[in-house]
Every structure is written in C-alpha cells, then in structure tokens.
Design a protein around this ligand. Structure first.
Ligand SMILES: C[S@@+](CC[C@H](N)C(=O)[O-])C[C@H]1O[C@@H](n2cnc3c(N)ncnc32)[C@H](O)[C@@H]1O
Length: 449
C-alpha cells in the first residue's frame, strides 16, 4: 500500500487516454501526469482511493527515448496541450492505442484501428482561439488559459497552436484594454467587464474578434474598436457578445456587431463557408480537409445515385462537400443561425441539391429516413447520438453509416449498440487537436447482409 505524501520509485507500464503515465504498486494502479511508458520515475503520492492512486512526478530517473523538451514555456501551468513532452509520432501512436482501448472497454469491440493521420507541421493549426480574461496581482487585464483543474487564468503571450496574426491581435487588445481602463470579469465578485476574447481566422488571414462581456457597456468601447481596426487592416469583424450568466458557458444569448458584419468566410475543399460568431466550425483547416476527403472516399462507387442525411450538420460544411458527389443531401441541425448559414452557404457555392432543416435530430430523423436514404453521415456533439436516433437508423435498415466523432467514449458506446446489426468497415483517426489528448475519428459501418 502507499500513503499520501510518500515518495515512491515507479516503473511506468503504460499511458491512459488522458496520456497519464500508469504504474502499479502491488495491485494498486498509480497515475502520474507527465510520465511516459517505459520510464522509471520518482513521484510523490498525492491521492489514494480504494481503486487507484495519483502521484506527482518529481524526477525522471530513466527517460523514454520519446521524451522531448516541451517547446512551450507554459507547459506545466497551462491545462491545454498535454503531449508536448513527447515526440509527435509517439503522441500519435498513444492516441491510437488509447482509442483502441476505449473501443474495447466501452463498446466491447475487438476491431483494431491502425490509421491515424497526423499533420506535417503540427503547430499554429487553430483557426479559432478563445481565451478567458483574468487579472494580475497588479490589477492588469490579461488573456490566457485556465490552469489545470482550476479557474485561475495563466496569462499567455504566445501559444504554439495559434498563428502570429492571432497572437499579435490578442496582445494588442490586452494592452489597449489596460490603456483604456477596461477590466476583466471577476467570476467570484461578479464584477468587471471582459469575460473572454474569441478570435477566428480564415484562410486569407482575415480575423473576426468576439469580446464576451459581462455587462452590455464596455468602458471606452468606441476607442477600443477604433484602435483595433486602425492597427489591423485584416480585422474584418468585431462582435460584442453579452453573457450575464454565472456559469461555464462562454457565449451569452445577445450580441451586437461593433465593426463589419457578424460573419467571416472560410474555405474547405474549395467551398466557401460564411460563419457567424456562434456557429460550430472545425478548428483545424487542413485536417478538416483530410477528414472530409475520407468521408467522400468512403461513399462508394454509386455515390452519384445516393440520397444522404447529414445529421448534426452545423453550417453545412460536410453537407455541401457531399452535395458535389451525391444525388441529394438533407442536413439537420438544432441551431437556427447555423441552418441559416448552411442555406446561404449552399447559395454561395451554387449548390442546389442540398436542403437544410432546423430541429433536433431525434425529433426529425424519422421524417427523413423514408426519403430513400442510402447513407447517413453523423457528426454529433461530444455526448454522442441519442439511442432513439440509433434505433431509427437500425429500423430503417440504412445501408451505410459514416460516423464522425470527437469523443471516442461516446462513439464506442454508440457502435456498441449498432454492432449487432452493422459491421465495421473502416476506422481512421485524424489528429485535429495536435499536442492535446483530443482526436477526431471517422468510422464507416455497413448493414450486415
Ligand atoms: C460536432 S458539431 C458538427 C458540425 C458539422 N458537421 C461540422 O463539421 O462543422 C455538432 C453539431 O451538432 C449540433 N447539435 C447538437 N445537438 C443536436 C441535436 N440534438 N440535434 C441536431 N443538432 C444538434 C450542434 O449545434 C453542432 O453544430
């Protein structure tokens, strides 16, 4: 047995889906953040429960050949990129192994995925950055990320996942806020102004800035906007979003456009997409192109005769890519603004064989499944697919499901339900969120004949 505060030497026998090093003391599993498979480490026990313990890494006695010096100065403090201490290839292999383990454990599925598509240069890949605002001891506003498992903001001046364009504009907004006496929101005292800054960047380097505020009025708002647009000609939109709620949701219900329009146009696979500040859009452009190409490649040779449902379609980015190949696409999405964007995006790209509907997939699926649908593409939020939707798909004998997921656990749960009726044909992982534990997964399943 081990006790809290005890210092132990551990042999790391594996890493889990959160990339924590796993060791054993007698039969007790011990998790060590920052430890890599094959290493021997010295660690201090910080927590002991009946089924596991947690230890803090103190020293790496025998390092893994996969260990590298993290390139980011905020690595230990910031809760963002958890794989920066491993070389990129090793991080990819870890994600693949963790995925297969999840599939087996949760879905009771023995299929072994063996493909993970990484990036050639896995940096500056995010086209959307959102940072909470915090305050320094000296009362200055800063932007950064939350320290792991806390709401303390670690001030960040640069981040490997964002472009120089975005770094420059965020630092400028921070300095101007301080100059103009604009404060950050204090969630304990429920005072202050700026809660978050959100920046979207498109393929041309144009930027949309969203200032999420606690109150409708920002001190010296006009001066702030004019200083930003005078300095950066690539800022094409500034939106103020007001969030008066006391919760962890970033965006509030109301917004006011302070400069330009509430839209930015981005491009994926040669298609243009108008995106408003609230719409979901994949955060890594080149990996999204890889993911969507995989969706298209898996349609099969008779694609041009197929009617396809794109469930959870967002602004229609998968739907419109599909429309170029198939007979008709029916997109379903819960967010009204996103469906408006999807319809406008169809017009923008001269696409006439895609139609879009607002509503919950679970409410609408049965109305669409009768329309001679040959294939359904699903790209649900992290919580996965409602069982009712899975049952509708099974009952309608839909021949092919292409399941795009950002959460291996709910994917495994859902495939676990489908596996009695469907065979897995292919699973590919796409490294959408490089250097973090996150991964996007494409699963192709077909009805058992
Ligand atoms: C992971 S995103 C995928 C969006 C789109 N396929 C893309 O690649 O940009 C999931 C989408 O599902 C929508 N959504 C969440 N729950 C839903 C539901 N019950 N019915 C319909 N859409 C839903 C969200 O608003 C979001 O746009």
């Amino acid at each position: 047995m081990v006790n809290v505060k005890q210092i132990v030497q551990l042999n790391i026998i594996g890493q889990n889906y959160e990339s924590l090093g796993v060791a054993k003391v007698d039969d007790l599993v011990v998790f060590v953040e920052g430890a890599i498979t094959g290493e021997t480490v010295k660690a201090r026990i910080t927590k002991v429960t009946k089924s596991y313990a947690v230890a803090k890494l103190l020293e790496v006695i025998k390092p893994s050949p996969n260990r590298i010096k993290p390139l980011c100065p905020y690595f230990v403090l910031c809760g963002g990129c958890s794989l920066l201490h491993m070389n990129y290839e090793a991080g990819l292999n870890l994600k693949l192994a963790a995925f297969n383990e999840t599939l087996k454990k949760i879905g009771k599925i023995d299929y072994l995925a063996n493909k993970i598509y990484g990036m050639e240069n896995p940096s500056a890949y995010r086209n959307k950055i959102q940072m909470p605002a915090g305050t320094t001891d000296k009362g200055k506003l800063v932007f950064g990320y939350y320290q792991k498992d806390s709401h303390d903001v670690v001030a960040i001046e640069e981040c490997l996942t964002q472009s120089d364009n975005v770094t420059k504009v965020i630092n400028f907004v921070k300095n101007v806020c301080n100059e103009l006496k604009i404060t950050s929101y204090n969630e304990i005292e429920k005072t202050g102004e700026i809660r978050h800054i959100l920046v979207r960047e498109n393929n041309k380097g144009e930027l949309m800035i969203v200032l999420v505020t606690y109150k409708e009025k920002i001190t010296n708002e006009e001066a702030l906007v004019s200083k930003i647009v005078n300095k950066f000609s690539n800022v094409i939109s500034i939106v103020k979003n007001i969030n008066t709620m006391h919760n962890n949701v970033i965006l509030g219900a109301n917004s006011i456009c302070l400069y330009g329009k509430d839209e930015i146009v981005d491009e994926i696979l040669g298609l243009k997409f108008k995106i408003s500040h609230k719409s979901f859009f994949q955060i890594n452009r080149s990996q999204t192109e890889k993911l969507y190409s995989l969706v298209l490649d898996n349609l099969g040779s008779d694609a041009s005769n197929m009617n396809v449902i794109d469930a959870y379609c967002g602004v229609g980015s998968i739907s419109l890519s599909l429309a170029k190949r198939v007979k008709h696409v029916y997109g379903i999405e819960i967010v009204e603004e996103a469906i408006k964007d999807a319809k406008n995006n169809a017009v923008l790209n001269n696409i006439t064989n895609a139609s879009f509907y607002v509503g919950k997939v679970e409410d609408l699926i049965d109305d669409f499944i009768d329309k001679n649908v040959d294939c359904i593409v699903v790209d649900p939020p992290r919580k996965g697919i409602e069982e009712k939707v899975l049952r509708s798909i099974i009952n309608a004998n839909i021949k092919k499901i292409i399941y795009v997921s950002c959460n291996p656990a709910t994917l495994a749960r859902d495939i676990g339900i489908l596996k009695e009726y469907y065979d897995i044909k292919d699973i590919s992982l796409v490294d959408m969120f490089c250097m973090t534990n996150g991964v996007e997964v494409l699963t192709v399943i077909t009805y058992k004949s």
